[in-house]
Design a binder for this molecule. Structure first.
Ligand code: PLP
Length: 437
């Protein structure tokens, strides 16, 4: 049964929001216009200019790395970071072959596909590592299992979901033990802090190759854009070269390596330049939203997306919740559709998302784990118990633990827009309560 919320007495008296409450929308402050106008007025509208230079300096300073290379998007940054890792590990590839051809790469499983698609762009095979419940990120235990199964793997792609740092101390120690290197996807976690071996550092400095995004829904935005972050001048120079079609030092177009058109434009950089000063303000607003949800939902059989309070300070990009197993109403999902049944005292993610949508607000299902995606359904998947594929037996009863699938099933992303007022958020909290009536 799909509920018609306008006729459902549980929701009597709730008014539809006049203006949509977004999951996470851009927040402009005014200076963006000034720096974009500056680029146009001075005619520096292409992929060089003062805005690019300035944001590369500002972001490197904020994050605490030596070099930042501004690119067209976070996906481009991840592609070049992954390619750089492949080249370092396995040498320069032929122009029609990726640097990871014939090699497996351990990858975060519960993330956006842009984290790990570059492994496929480079002809590698992603091996998905299951998630842990403490931070909803890559499980170090499952990663250790993966090294037992595939000891030759030398590359790990790790993301920080929804702005919450993963267990990087453990993951880095495992990587070091096995001589592997890390591509860090900090697209969602710019400004999040992590205590690494007793020292507070920023996400975006925790891998050998690190990436952030300025996509329209991120904590700060350029409307688009991303960055590659590094302490290595050679790597920064190589990414700059690859991102501008890999021109060699000749008066004509001369190429010895495959190139890309991935550099950021000075106009986009103008938007980013206007946003950087507001990063901390956005984080504070998002944290207040997370805390208001935590308090407002405390009496329900649900929990907020967790984080390690000793070792991390997330940027709280998205607030999420997960429903206790015994309060889950029946829900099934197909490839593109779903069905659920309302039950008193219970609810399910799709019911809550439908209810939120009916009143003109935007939530979202938890990012569907990569090992469940049709495109990657045949890739290896490793859980804390070892191989996560083919785990059931028609003749023997029993279940196995797939943490990512479980969080996807019971969790959802809540409206987390930093322009949502406390009063509007209280209505969202009220709607969620009524779903459990
Ligand atoms: C975890 C993660 N990685 C990578 C990306 C890709 O960034 P972009 O959209 O800037 O290409 C995103 C978001 O878009 C993301 O959420």
């Amino acid at each position: 049964m799909i509920t018609d919320f306008s006729k459902d007495p549980r929701f009597n008296g709730i008014e539809r929001f006049e203006n949509k409450i977004w999951l996470s929308s851009p927040t402009m402050h005014g200076d963006e216009q000034k720096w974009v106008d500056d680029a146009i007025r001075t005619n520096w509208v292409s992929t060089v200019g003062a805005n690019i230079n300035e944001i590369e300096k500002q972001v490197a300073e904020y994050v605490g790395c030596r070099y930042a290379v501004a690119l067209s998007c976070g996906t481009a940054a991840l592609h070049l970071a992954t390619k750089l890792a492949g080249k370092k590990l396995y040498g320069q590839a032929r122009p029609n072959t990726g640097t990871l051809a014939g090699h497996k790469v351990f990858c975060s499983d519960m993330t956006f596909d842009a984290s790990i698609n570059p492994v496929a762009y480079e002809d590698g095979e992603a091996v998905f590592i299951d998630t842990e419940y403490d931070t909803w990120n890559m499980s170090p235990e499952a990663l250790e299992k993966a090294f037992e199964m595939y000891p030759d793997v030398k590359l790990i792609v790790v993301a920080h979901l929804y702005g919450t740092p993963g267990k990087m101390e453990e993951i880095k120690a495992i990587a070091d033990k096995h001589g592997a290197i890390i591509v860090e996807d900090a697209a969602e976690s710019l400004g999040a802090k992590y205590k690494l071996n007793g020292q507070w550092v920023e996400t975006g400095t925790l891998g050998e190759y690190n990436c952030i995004s300025f996509n329209g829904n991120k904590i700060i935005t350029g409307s688009a854009g991303g960055m590659f972050l590094t302490d290595s001048i050679e790597d920064a120079d190589k990414v700059r070269k690859w991102s501008t079609q890999s021109r060699e030092a000749a008066p004509w177009y001369q190429h010895e390596e495959i190139g890309y058109n991935y550099r950021m434009s000075n106009i986009i950089a103008g938007v980013v330049r206007g946003q950087v000063p507001y990063l901390d303000e956005h984080i504070a607003q998002k944290k207040a939203i997370w805390e208001r949800y935590e308090k407002g939902l405390a009496d329900l059989p649900v929990k907020m997306n967790p984080w390690d309070r000793e070792k991390s300070e997330p940027n709280f990009w998205l607030s999420c919740m997960i429903i206790d197993e015994d309060a889950m109403a029946p829900m099934v999902r197909g490839e593109q559709d779903y069905l659920y049944k309302s039950e008193s005292g219970k609810s399910c993610p799709q019911e809550i998302l439908d209810a939120i949508t009916a009143f003109n607000a935007e939530g979202r299902p938890i990012w569907k784990p990569m090992h469940m995606q049709p495109i990657y359904r045949t890739n290896p998947f490793v859980t804390v118990e070892g191989n996560g594929r083919g785990r059931t037996n028609a003749y023997i009863s029993g279940t196995f633990e797939d943490v990512g699938a479980d969080i996807f099933r019971r969790g959802l992303c809540l409206p987390s827009d930093n322009k949502m007022t406390p009063e509007q958020q209280d209505v969202i909290i009220d709607i969620i309560h009524r779903c459990f009536l």
